[in-house]
Design a protein around this ligand. Sequence first.
Ligand code: B12
Ligand code: SF4
Length: 457
Amino acid sequence: MRILFVRPNIGRLAEGAYIDEGRMEPLELAVLASLTPRQHDCLICDDRVEKIPYDEPADLVAITVETYTARRSYEIADEFRARGVKVIMGGFHASLLPGECAEHADSVFIGDAESLWSEVLDDAHRGCLKSVYQGTVGNPQAGGVLPRRELYSHHDYLPLSLIQFGRGCKYACSFCAIHAFFRRHHCVRPSRDVLREIEQAENRYVFFVDDNFLSDRDAAKSFLRELVGKRVRWVSQGSIDMTLDTELMDLMEASGCIGHVIGFESLSPENLKGMKKAPNLIGRGWDRYQKACEILRNHHLQTWAAFTLGHDHDTAESITEVADFAIENKFCVAAFNILMPYPGTAFYERLKIQGRLLYDGHWWLHPDYRFNHAAFRPANMTADELTEACWKCKQRWSRPATIFRRFWDVKTHLRSPLRMAVFFDFNRLVAKEVRRKQGMYFGLKHASLGTAQTTGS
Ligand code: B12
Ligand code: SF4
């Protein structure tokens, strides 16, 4: 069979195609291709940069669906199915809302592909694809599977290899799609497999795309001990309770860690309790993260702080304070994200019961919903006020004077030429992308844009 793996784009700008300049390798496509027995031909298509080859022969189209790309995924699937090509969908959104995806696909795959993908292909080959497959969750790339990176060699991605050390997270934050999908399950790959993959990727710069790299601290430590001396420079995502473990922090520094995306979420302990963000509350008394930030800086880590704004104790003023806090702490990058009700999360269900969801409760499909706009009624302001407050934080963050002020930190950004480059390259990139994406519609077909484009970007 000839199988086409597709990663859909989010949407389209009013003035034309949206091409994500900070795009990274589509790891899930290379992993899916590597799980595919070699008798099948694999092609990948990244809708962020290339046209969808609707009229080229394909026996099966496999689309990876996230909530933000659901609308676009359905457009792509409908086009293929109109041509008689079978479509299967998988990924986070497909796993959390299989019923919705089933309206646009011949088959929906729930969970991680590893355990069942070859069975799906056998069924497809015999012409008896089932409507639903229930895979398991966890054991990423079991058996030492190495992603087929040669498939994305013709694309221009950031010079960073995406690699999984583990998947899932032991925490249960109420707004988090990771918890909805993994249900506190967390598993890591054997260190030797990950080290082999680093060699295969032939790149000193690695992004471990774990949801919480430090969810299993013992496993992380044992891997990092083996990574020391390999001359790798790496970033990942982790919860702030990492700073409670001195040995772990020392190992991160020694093994080449440059920094992490860390979910600070909020400066209000009431908000943190409400969202069940346990890692931000355990270990030491509430000091507004001061000790944790000091430890991160002492290990020369460049922090990418992520905030979710619009919790029930937030006000327009408290959101401004979040931006003050991020600037004072000289973070490398900060994401002032509007809190989003992801389907399948406890937060989504609570808002639904309280009648606070906007866009008919399906913001990801609604033709009027626009990227980075509030999709629910916050407790202490209007949805528009929340959208505006977050947008102001983003604008302030990226002003030249603010960037310069943040840059001036000998312990982190000024510590080495690599860190200086990371600071400037990513601040430039993030500022540009945030501006371009703000208010973008989802999908390519949109009446208000006056176009009904049916091919890719
Ligand atoms: C790295 C990453 C990014 C990178 C980009 C990566 C890239 N390639 O461009 C950055 C940081 C830029 C990013 C951006 C965003 N991301 Co992101 N990202 C991730 C992360 C951490 C890893 C992705 C990855 O490579 N995983 C490894 C692959 C192998 O795993 P996988 O994709 O889950 O695929 C497996 C299964 O899902 C399944 N599967 C997947 N697709 C298919 C298809 C078929 C047919 C089948 C059978 C199976 C299958 O099998 C695969 C193998 O097991 C994930 C979380 C995660 N654990 O995956 C979040 C995640 C996907 N991101 C998320 C979000 C929300 C975003 C943003 C919207 C954030 C924002 N507000 O701007 C943006 C925009 C995303 C976009 N689509 O444009 C959410 C999506 C939630 C949801 N309900 O859809 C996730 C789950 C994180 C979270 N905490 O909730 N992201
Ligand atoms: S710690 Fe992070 S990844 Fe884990 S459940 Fe909370 S928000 Fe999700």
